[in-house]
Design a protein around this ligand. Structure first.
Ligand code: PXP
Length: 240
């Protein structure tokens, strides 16, 4: 079965709009667990625009499922991660002005520094995923620095249509096959929806997807548990 990490950052975005307690991030995580999600994913950004340190602390303490912490590879956030000890950290690029994570991390261009960051997490028994564009050089660099997994950026696929989308699936498939040959786990995420997920979910070797925006957006109309179950149904169908 392909596993589902639900990114609940948007629940915190709504809460931060009023700087109060609602909607409750932990309650959202519990609803995802009840619906069968395998993991909760949150991004502790340097600007703290949505998820706050206390959210990560609470989730790490009380979740029954795994916690995946997305983060920039910077010392201040790494220190928090090492204290809180999520199951996995997913290293992502982070630009302060961006609306969401825009491209993959340039692992090949920052290999020596990132090798130290990965070693620091592995020494603390925290698994490390690299959020990269589906490019062979980025996969090679991720393997060379001993990452556990690559999360292939599916944003270009999500933004494409017709033949261009088919080409993106080919790029993702080639990068995934190479990652598996290199001994890396293969995850995927960004821009995935209940409608566009199937071709990605059918790529050989996929272990996990992380989905946020589509689930939270649909939750407004059908409820969070139903939105999570809708994605799990597609994953189940494609895992067969
Ligand atoms: N995976 C990573 C590494 C991300 O940065 C994000 C966005 O925070 C997601 C998955 C989820 O993307 P979306 O919200 O478009 O489903």
């Amino acid at each position: 079965m392909i596993e589902l990490g639900v990114n609940i950052d948007h629940v915190a975005t709504l809460r931060e709009a009023r700087k109060g307690n609602a909607p409750d991030v932990l309650e959202a995580a519990r609803a995802c667990e009840r619906a069968g999600a395998h993991q909760i994913t949150v991004h502790l950004r340097q600007d703290r625009r949505h998820i706050q340190d206390r959210d990560v602390e609470t989730l790490a303490e009380v979740l029954d499922v795994r916690l995946n912490l997305e983060m920039a590879a910077v010392d201040a956030i790494a220190a928090i991660a090492k204290r809180i000890k999520p199951h996995t950290v997913c290293l992502v690029p982070e630009n302060r002005q961006e609306i969401t994570t825009e491209g993959g991390l340039d692992v090949a261009g920052d290999q020596d520094r990132l090798a130290d960051v990965v070693a620091g997490f592995r020494a603390e028994d925290i698994r490390v995923s690299m959020f990269i564009d589906p490019e062979r050089a980025q996969v090679d660099a991720s393997a060379a620095i001993n990452a556990d997994y690559v999360e292939l950026h599916t944003g270009a696929y999500a933004n494409a249509a017709g033949d261009a989308a088919a080409r993106e699936i080919e790029r993702l498939s080639a990068a995934a096959a190479h990652a598996i040959d290199c001994g890396l786990g293969f995850h995927a995420g960004h821009g995935l929806t209940v409608r566009n997920l199937r071709p990605v979910a059918r790529i050989r070797g996929l272990q996990e997807v992380n989905i946020g925006h589509d689930i939270i957006a649909r939750a407004l109309f059908i409820g969070l548990e139903n939105a999570v179950k809708g994605i799990l149904d597609v994953l189940g169908e494609c895992s067969r």
